[in-house]
Design a protein around this ligand. Structure first.
Ligand SMILES: Cc1ncc(COP(=O)(O)O)c(C=O)c1O
Length: 326
Protein backbone atom coordinates (compact mmCIF):
# COMPACT_ATOMS: atom_id res chain seq x y z
CA UNK A 1 0.00 0.00 0.00
CA UNK A 2 1.36 3.44 -0.87
CA UNK A 3 1.20 6.26 1.68
CA UNK A 4 -2.51 6.96 2.08
CA UNK A 5 -2.52 10.75 2.57
CA UNK A 6 -4.26 12.44 -0.36
CA UNK A 7 -5.99 15.62 -1.39
CA UNK A 8 -9.26 15.27 -3.24
CA UNK A 9 -10.54 18.31 -5.17
CA UNK A 10 -14.27 18.38 -5.83
CA UNK A 11 -14.93 20.45 -8.94
CA UNK A 12 -18.70 20.20 -8.66
CA UNK A 13 -18.44 21.81 -5.19
CA UNK A 14 -16.36 24.55 -6.84
CA UNK A 15 -19.07 25.13 -9.47
CA UNK A 16 -21.70 25.16 -6.75
CA UNK A 17 -19.78 27.89 -4.89
CA UNK A 18 -19.39 29.83 -8.12
CA UNK A 19 -23.13 29.74 -8.74
CA UNK A 20 -23.68 30.97 -5.18
CA UNK A 21 -21.57 34.02 -6.10
CA UNK A 22 -23.69 34.58 -9.22
CA UNK A 23 -26.82 34.47 -7.07
CA UNK A 24 -25.42 36.91 -4.52
CA UNK A 25 -24.03 39.36 -7.09
CA UNK A 26 -26.15 38.76 -10.22
CA UNK A 27 -25.29 42.04 -11.92
CA UNK A 28 -21.53 41.92 -11.46
CA UNK A 29 -18.85 40.29 -13.54
CA UNK A 30 -16.84 37.73 -11.60
CA UNK A 31 -13.07 37.71 -11.39
CA UNK A 32 -12.30 34.36 -9.75
CA UNK A 33 -9.21 34.73 -7.59
CA UNK A 34 -6.90 31.82 -8.31
CA UNK A 35 -3.63 33.20 -7.03
CA UNK A 36 -1.29 31.06 -4.93
CA UNK A 37 -2.07 28.05 -7.14
CA UNK A 38 -5.80 28.61 -6.61
CA UNK A 39 -5.35 28.74 -2.83
CA UNK A 40 -3.51 25.45 -3.10
CA UNK A 41 -6.14 23.65 -5.18
CA UNK A 42 -4.23 23.57 -8.49
CA UNK A 43 -4.58 26.66 -10.66
CA UNK A 44 -5.10 25.09 -14.11
CA UNK A 45 -7.77 22.56 -13.19
CA UNK A 46 -9.63 25.13 -11.06
CA UNK A 47 -9.66 27.72 -13.86
CA UNK A 48 -10.66 25.12 -16.45
CA UNK A 49 -13.62 24.13 -14.27
CA UNK A 50 -14.76 27.76 -14.02
CA UNK A 51 -15.85 28.25 -17.63
CA UNK A 52 -18.39 30.80 -16.45
CA UNK A 53 -15.85 33.10 -14.80
CA UNK A 54 -15.42 36.44 -16.55
CA UNK A 55 -11.80 36.80 -15.45
CA UNK A 56 -9.14 35.31 -13.21
CA UNK A 57 -6.92 37.04 -10.66
CA UNK A 58 -3.39 35.71 -10.19
CA UNK A 59 -0.31 36.72 -8.20
CA UNK A 60 2.37 36.59 -10.86
CA UNK A 61 3.30 36.12 -14.48
CA UNK A 62 4.20 32.44 -13.92
CA UNK A 63 0.63 31.72 -12.85
CA UNK A 64 -0.83 33.64 -15.78
CA UNK A 65 1.46 31.79 -18.18
CA UNK A 66 0.30 28.47 -16.76
CA UNK A 67 -3.32 29.49 -17.33
CA UNK A 68 -2.72 30.52 -20.94
CA UNK A 69 -0.85 27.23 -21.52
CA UNK A 70 -3.93 25.47 -20.12
CA UNK A 71 -5.93 27.23 -22.84
CA UNK A 72 -7.68 29.70 -20.55
CA UNK A 73 -9.07 32.43 -22.77
CA UNK A 74 -10.69 34.75 -20.24
CA UNK A 75 -9.23 37.98 -18.97
CA UNK A 76 -6.36 37.36 -16.52
CA UNK A 77 -5.35 40.06 -14.07
CA UNK A 78 -1.94 40.25 -12.37
CA UNK A 79 -3.15 41.40 -8.96
CA UNK A 80 0.20 42.71 -7.82
CA UNK A 81 1.00 44.09 -11.25
CA UNK A 82 4.37 43.69 -12.91
CA UNK A 83 7.31 43.16 -10.54
CA UNK A 84 9.82 44.29 -13.16
CA UNK A 85 9.81 46.16 -16.47
CA UNK A 86 11.15 43.06 -18.27
CA UNK A 87 7.82 41.32 -17.63
CA UNK A 88 5.80 43.81 -19.63
CA UNK A 89 6.37 42.48 -23.13
CA UNK A 90 5.28 38.95 -22.17
CA UNK A 91 2.32 40.45 -20.28
CA UNK A 92 1.29 42.17 -23.48
CA UNK A 93 1.92 39.07 -25.63
CA UNK A 94 -0.23 36.94 -23.32
CA UNK A 95 -2.95 39.59 -23.35
CA UNK A 96 -2.93 40.06 -19.56
CA UNK A 97 -4.36 42.86 -17.46
CA UNK A 98 -2.22 44.44 -14.76
CA UNK A 99 -2.90 46.11 -11.46
CA UNK A 100 -0.93 49.30 -11.04
CA UNK A 101 -0.50 50.16 -7.37
CA UNK A 102 2.90 51.85 -7.13
CA UNK A 103 4.74 54.69 -8.77
CA UNK A 104 7.53 52.31 -9.83
CA UNK A 105 5.04 50.56 -12.10
CA UNK A 106 4.12 53.84 -13.78
CA UNK A 107 7.82 54.31 -14.46
CA UNK A 108 8.06 50.79 -15.93
CA UNK A 109 5.22 51.69 -18.31
CA UNK A 110 6.92 54.98 -19.22
CA UNK A 111 10.16 53.17 -20.09
CA UNK A 112 8.57 50.50 -22.31
CA UNK A 113 7.16 50.15 -25.77
CA UNK A 114 4.62 47.39 -26.31
CA UNK A 115 3.19 45.85 -29.47
CA UNK A 116 -0.20 45.74 -27.84
CA UNK A 117 -1.30 48.03 -24.98
CA UNK A 118 -2.55 46.40 -21.77
CA UNK A 119 -5.64 47.01 -19.62
CA UNK A 120 -4.81 48.51 -16.23
CA UNK A 121 -6.63 48.19 -12.92
CA UNK A 122 -5.58 51.21 -10.91
CA UNK A 123 -5.58 50.24 -7.26
CA UNK A 124 -6.64 52.80 -4.67
CA UNK A 125 -5.70 52.41 -1.02
CA UNK A 126 -8.90 53.29 0.84
CA UNK A 127 -7.70 52.08 4.23
CA UNK A 128 -6.32 48.55 3.93
CA UNK A 129 -2.83 50.10 3.73
CA UNK A 130 -1.40 47.21 1.77
CA UNK A 131 -1.35 48.03 -1.95
CA UNK A 132 -2.65 51.08 -3.77
CA UNK A 133 -2.25 54.80 -4.35
CA UNK A 134 -3.54 57.25 -1.81
CA UNK A 135 -6.91 58.60 -3.00
CA UNK A 136 -5.59 62.12 -3.42
CA UNK A 137 -3.09 60.88 -6.03
CA UNK A 138 -5.66 59.10 -8.17
CA UNK A 139 -6.42 61.94 -10.59
CA UNK A 140 -2.75 62.44 -11.31
CA UNK A 141 -2.15 58.70 -11.80
CA UNK A 142 -5.15 58.44 -14.13
CA UNK A 143 -3.75 61.31 -16.16
CA UNK A 144 -0.38 59.57 -16.48
CA UNK A 145 -2.00 56.28 -17.45
CA UNK A 146 -4.16 57.98 -20.06
CA UNK A 147 -1.04 59.51 -21.60
CA UNK A 148 0.79 56.17 -21.75
CA UNK A 149 0.93 54.38 -25.08
CA UNK A 150 1.21 51.09 -23.17
CA UNK A 151 -2.23 51.45 -21.59
CA UNK A 152 -5.57 50.61 -23.17
CA UNK A 153 -8.57 50.62 -20.81
CA UNK A 154 -8.43 51.75 -17.19
CA UNK A 155 -10.48 50.29 -14.34
CA UNK A 156 -10.43 51.25 -10.69
CA UNK A 157 -10.27 48.89 -7.74
CA UNK A 158 -9.75 48.80 -4.02
CA UNK A 159 -9.55 46.07 -1.37
CA UNK A 160 -11.55 45.77 1.84
CA UNK A 161 -9.78 45.36 5.17
CA UNK A 162 -12.52 44.34 7.61
CA UNK A 163 -15.47 43.06 5.59
CA UNK A 164 -15.11 39.71 7.35
CA UNK A 165 -16.69 41.37 10.39
CA UNK A 166 -20.26 41.89 9.29
CA UNK A 167 -20.93 45.11 11.22
CA UNK A 168 -17.48 46.64 11.04
CA UNK A 169 -17.93 50.28 9.96
CA UNK A 170 -14.58 50.30 8.16
CA UNK A 171 -16.12 48.64 5.09
CA UNK A 172 -18.65 51.49 4.82
CA UNK A 173 -15.88 54.07 5.19
CA UNK A 174 -13.84 52.36 2.47
CA UNK A 175 -16.85 52.21 0.12
CA UNK A 176 -17.49 55.92 0.70
CA UNK A 177 -13.87 56.85 0.15
CA UNK A 178 -13.68 54.77 -3.03
CA UNK A 179 -16.85 56.26 -4.51
CA UNK A 180 -15.61 59.79 -3.85
CA UNK A 181 -12.69 59.13 -6.16
CA UNK A 182 -14.32 56.83 -8.70
CA UNK A 183 -17.58 58.68 -9.30
CA UNK A 184 -17.88 60.63 -12.51
CA UNK A 185 -14.87 58.92 -14.12
CA UNK A 186 -16.80 56.46 -16.26
CA UNK A 187 -14.43 53.60 -15.50
CA UNK A 188 -15.50 50.10 -14.49
CA UNK A 189 -14.87 49.54 -10.78
CA UNK A 190 -14.26 46.67 -8.35
CA UNK A 191 -14.33 46.47 -4.56
CA UNK A 192 -15.63 43.18 -3.18
CA UNK A 193 -13.67 40.15 -2.02
CA UNK A 194 -15.61 37.16 -0.62
CA UNK A 195 -16.68 38.95 2.54
CA UNK A 196 -17.85 41.99 0.58
CA UNK A 197 -19.89 39.77 -1.76
CA UNK A 198 -21.57 38.06 1.18
CA UNK A 199 -22.11 40.91 3.64
CA UNK A 200 -21.93 44.23 1.81
CA UNK A 201 -24.09 44.34 -1.36
CA UNK A 202 -23.04 47.97 -1.91
CA UNK A 203 -19.59 46.66 -2.82
CA UNK A 204 -20.75 44.50 -5.72
CA UNK A 205 -20.53 47.17 -8.44
CA UNK A 206 -19.12 46.17 -11.87
CA UNK A 207 -16.72 43.41 -10.81
CA UNK A 208 -16.52 41.15 -7.76
CA UNK A 209 -13.33 39.28 -6.81
CA UNK A 210 -14.15 36.16 -4.80
CA UNK A 211 -11.30 34.07 -3.44
CA UNK A 212 -11.77 32.02 -0.31
CA UNK A 213 -15.53 31.47 -0.75
CA UNK A 214 -14.91 29.82 -4.12
CA UNK A 215 -13.11 27.07 -2.26
CA UNK A 216 -15.97 26.63 0.22
CA UNK A 217 -14.56 28.51 3.20
CA UNK A 218 -16.52 31.20 5.03
CA UNK A 219 -14.63 34.49 5.27
CA UNK A 220 -16.43 35.29 8.54
CA UNK A 221 -15.18 34.56 12.04
CA UNK A 222 -18.64 33.45 13.17
CA UNK A 223 -19.66 30.88 10.54
CA UNK A 224 -18.50 27.86 8.57
CA UNK A 225 -18.76 27.45 4.79
CA UNK A 226 -21.82 25.16 4.81
CA UNK A 227 -23.72 27.68 6.98
CA UNK A 228 -23.14 30.18 4.16
CA UNK A 229 -24.37 27.76 1.48
CA UNK A 230 -20.84 26.84 0.40
CA UNK A 231 -19.36 23.39 -0.16
CA UNK A 232 -15.77 22.45 0.67
CA UNK A 233 -13.73 21.96 -2.48
CA UNK A 234 -10.71 20.31 -0.90
CA UNK A 235 -10.73 17.20 1.27
CA UNK A 236 -7.52 16.10 2.95
CA UNK A 237 -7.90 12.45 3.83
CA UNK A 238 -5.70 9.60 4.95
CA UNK A 239 -5.81 6.44 7.06
CA UNK A 240 -4.85 5.16 10.48
CA UNK A 241 -1.53 3.36 10.18
CA UNK A 242 -1.47 1.98 13.71
CA UNK A 243 -3.46 1.99 16.94
CA UNK A 244 -1.64 1.78 20.29
CA UNK A 245 -2.95 1.08 23.76
CA UNK A 246 -1.31 3.61 26.08
CA UNK A 247 -1.36 3.78 29.85
CA UNK A 248 -2.66 6.62 32.03
CA UNK A 249 0.03 9.32 32.34
CA UNK A 250 1.95 8.35 29.19
CA UNK A 251 2.70 11.20 26.80
CA UNK A 252 2.04 11.41 23.07
CA UNK A 253 4.25 12.93 20.38
CA UNK A 254 6.92 15.66 20.16
CA UNK A 255 7.31 17.83 23.22
CA UNK A 256 5.12 15.40 25.20
CA UNK A 257 2.43 18.10 25.08
CA UNK A 258 -0.43 15.68 25.77
CA UNK A 259 -0.73 12.96 28.45
CA UNK A 260 -3.29 10.17 28.58
CA UNK A 261 -5.81 10.83 31.37
CA UNK A 262 -6.53 7.08 31.53
CA UNK A 263 -5.56 3.86 29.78
CA UNK A 264 -6.73 4.44 26.22
CA UNK A 265 -6.33 3.71 22.51
CA UNK A 266 -4.39 6.25 20.44
CA UNK A 267 -4.46 6.23 16.64
CA UNK A 268 -1.60 7.37 14.41
CA UNK A 269 -2.71 8.97 11.14
CA UNK A 270 -0.49 9.27 8.05
CA UNK A 271 -0.80 13.06 7.68
CA UNK A 272 1.24 15.93 9.08
CA UNK A 273 2.54 19.39 8.43
CA UNK A 274 4.37 18.14 5.36
CA UNK A 275 0.89 17.61 3.91
CA UNK A 276 -0.23 21.12 4.85
CA UNK A 277 -1.83 20.18 8.17
CA UNK A 278 -1.08 23.05 10.59
CA UNK A 279 1.68 22.18 13.05
CA UNK A 280 0.10 24.48 15.63
CA UNK A 281 -3.35 22.85 15.53
CA UNK A 282 -4.32 22.38 19.15
CA UNK A 283 -5.20 19.16 20.94
CA UNK A 284 -8.96 18.89 20.53
CA UNK A 285 -9.00 19.91 16.86
CA UNK A 286 -11.63 17.69 15.22
CA UNK A 287 -10.59 14.78 13.02
CA UNK A 288 -13.05 12.34 11.43
CA UNK A 289 -12.22 8.64 11.87
CA UNK A 290 -14.64 6.11 10.38
CA UNK A 291 -17.13 8.95 9.90
CA UNK A 292 -17.05 9.91 13.61
CA UNK A 293 -15.49 12.93 15.22
CA UNK A 294 -12.45 12.35 17.42
CA UNK A 295 -9.85 14.77 18.84
CA UNK A 296 -6.36 15.51 17.63
CA UNK A 297 -3.97 14.95 20.56
CA UNK A 298 -0.38 16.14 20.89
CA UNK A 299 1.59 18.06 18.30
CA UNK A 300 1.21 17.18 14.63
CA UNK A 301 4.55 16.00 13.26
CA UNK A 302 5.84 16.20 9.72
CA UNK A 303 4.00 13.25 8.23
CA UNK A 304 1.99 11.83 11.14
CA UNK A 305 -0.46 12.97 13.78
CA UNK A 306 -2.19 11.29 16.69
CA UNK A 307 -5.84 11.04 17.68
CA UNK A 308 -7.81 10.06 20.78
CA UNK A 309 -9.72 6.85 19.96
CA UNK A 310 -11.57 6.41 23.25
CA UNK A 311 -14.90 6.67 21.43
CA UNK A 312 -13.62 4.34 18.65
CA UNK A 313 -12.26 1.31 20.54
CA UNK A 314 -12.68 -0.91 17.45
CA UNK A 315 -10.65 1.39 15.15
CA UNK A 316 -7.68 -0.28 13.46
CA UNK A 317 -4.88 0.37 10.97
CA UNK A 318 -6.32 1.06 7.53
CA UNK A 319 -9.47 2.83 8.76
CA UNK A 320 -10.33 6.06 6.87
CA UNK A 321 -9.56 9.50 8.29
CA UNK A 322 -10.63 12.96 7.13
CA UNK A 323 -8.58 15.95 8.28
CA UNK A 324 -10.73 18.56 6.58
CA UNK A 325 -13.24 18.82 3.76
CA UNK A 326 -16.45 16.95 3.06
C1 LIG B 1 -6.85 42.06 -4.76
C2 LIG B 1 -7.57 40.89 -4.21
N1 LIG B 1 -8.86 40.72 -4.50
C3 LIG B 1 -9.56 39.67 -4.03
C4 LIG B 1 -8.98 38.71 -3.22
C5 LIG B 1 -9.82 37.57 -2.69
O1 LIG B 1 -10.01 37.71 -1.32
P1 LIG B 1 -10.84 36.63 -0.49
O2 LIG B 1 -10.06 35.37 -0.51
O3 LIG B 1 -10.95 37.23 0.86
O4 LIG B 1 -12.16 36.50 -1.19
C6 LIG B 1 -7.63 38.86 -2.89
C7 LIG B 1 -6.99 37.86 -2.02
O5 LIG B 1 -5.94 37.96 -1.48
C8 LIG B 1 -6.90 39.96 -3.39
O6 LIG B 1 -5.61 40.17 -3.10
Amino acid sequence: MSRPAEVVVNLSALRHNFSRIRTLAPDSQIMAIVKADAYGHGIARIAQALEQADAFGVACLEEARELRQANIKQRINLLEGPYAREELSEISDLGLDIVVHDISQLEMLDQTQLNKPVDVWLKIDTGMHRLGFLPELVNEVVRRLQQSKCVKDIRLMTHLACANERENPMAFEQIKCFSQFSEGKNFEVSIANSAGIMAFPDTHVDWVRPGIMLYGVSPFNDSHGPQEGLKPVMTLRSKLITVKQLKAGESVGYGATWRCPEDMPVGVVAAGYGDGYPRHAKSGTPVIVNGERVDLIGRASMDMLTVDLRNQPQAKAGDPVILWGE
